[in-house]
Design a protein around this ligand. Structure first.
Ligand code: SF4
Length: 350
């Protein structure tokens, strides 16, 4: 039955809610899902794995998401911000190591005005014309997003985290809204960004129906990138006692996402590598095709701890790059020096 469902998902890139529930809740057919996801990924991307250099520019955040280690209510965090010069240094090191995408990520830090972000983006754009600039700076106005885009940013990552409004209020304080998160995502698409979204797997109170709502929302959004990571608790948050998300379920969902969005860029996240020593390799084998090594200065890495025991907080950028190259090669894939844009959706009949 589920083998037929995997085939149906492969051929139609869709299932009914009931069929999705069967696939999500059973581990009996993971192998078939993985096989088909690999087939689809190879037809679009071969064995190429794209790297994105992640620069975590600030761990200040005005928000208080209950699952996040750098939420504003966590008074134990030692806060930091990178200067424009430090950010450009990270880009220089990254470029020399072969990165052609820089991901500028941070909490929602109001210190960085639109003008400051535009200046940083323009400076990177001017120095590295052959690179993509991805921003991941949370919720902002249409006008802000447009000014960043006009300054040279091409991509924006903003996970919706959960598409179910009742579940959303269990994970976020009352001043945050799912509607605004969705508004941001559609604004970003309208402006012309390659948009990335995604959700946590195994977050507190999550049900199968919530996951199906996430898949349906992603179908509506049609993002270029889909990032999912297992929920991992942080000891200084209200969710400190909740169990982490399940590796198997996360891998199954990566395969399902590859079949739903054959063309998409799917990262094997650091969270996967945190819950299992070879989690990122397993993520690639399940259908992912992107890794995001850290380019942030080593002295701030540990301070950007969204969840407990985050890996790769001690290595220099070059070590991270070489370590990942070895890991990806060990499973028969290869990291490429390439801007790594999303591919066009192919016509299934051609
Ligand atoms: S998840 Fe993002 S928006 Fe929420 S508190 Fe953490 S950094 Fe801020």
């Amino acid at each position: 039955m589920s083998d037929l469902l995997s085939q149906k998902l492969y051929l139609a890139s869709d299932l009914t809610d009931g069929e999705f529930a069967i696939l999500i809740e059973s581990d009996s057919f993971d192998e078939e899902l993985r096989r088909l996801a690999d087939l689809v990924r190879r037809s679009y991307y071969g064995t190429d794995v794209y790297v994105r250099g992640l620069i975590e520019i600030s761990n200040y955040c005005r928000n208080d998401c209950y699952y996040c280690g750098i939420r504003r209510g966590n008074h134990f965090v030692e806060r930091y911000r990178l200067t424009r010069g430090e950010i450009l240094d990270c880009c220089r090191i990254g470029y020399e190591l072969g990165y052609r995408t820089f991901v500028i990520q941070g909490g929602e830090d109001t210190f960085y005005s639109d003008e400051m972000i535009c200046e940083i983006v323009s400076a990177i754009r001017e120095l590295y014309v052959d690179c993509a600039i991805t921003l991941s700076l949370g919720e902002r106005s249409y006008r802000s997003y447009k000014s960043f885009f006009d300054s040279g940013a091409n991509r924006y990552l903003l996970r919706h985290e959960t598409a179910d409004s009742e579940h959303y209020v269990k994970l976020h304080p009352p001043e945050m809204s799912l509607d605004n998160r969705k508004r941001c995502l559609f604004d970003l698409k309208r402006i012309g960004y390659q948009v990335g979204s995604g959700f946590m797997v195994g977050s507190p109170y999550q049900t199968t129906q919530n996951i199906i709502a996430d898949l349906r929302f992603l179908q509506e959004l049609q993002p270029a990138m889909v990032g999912i990571g297992s929920f991992i608790s942080h000891h200084q948050t209200p969710f400190s006692n909740f169990r982490s998300g399940d590796l198997k379920l996360t891998l199954r969902l990566i395969s399902i996402l590859r079949l739903l969005f054959p063309y998409s860029l799917i990262p094997a996240t650091t969270a996967l590598g945190t819950i299992d020593p070879v989690g990122r390799e397993l993520g690639i084998l399940a259908g992912a095709n992107v890794v995001m090594p850290n380019l942030s200065p080593v002295n701030v890495r540990k301070k950007y701890e969204l969840y407990d025991n985050k890996i790769c907080t001690g290595e220099e950028a070059a070590e991270c790059r070489h370590c990942l190259t070895r890991r990806i090669a060990s499973i028969g894939f290869n990291i490429v020096t390439n801007i790594g844009n999303v591919k066009e959706m192919k016509d299934k009949c051609s």
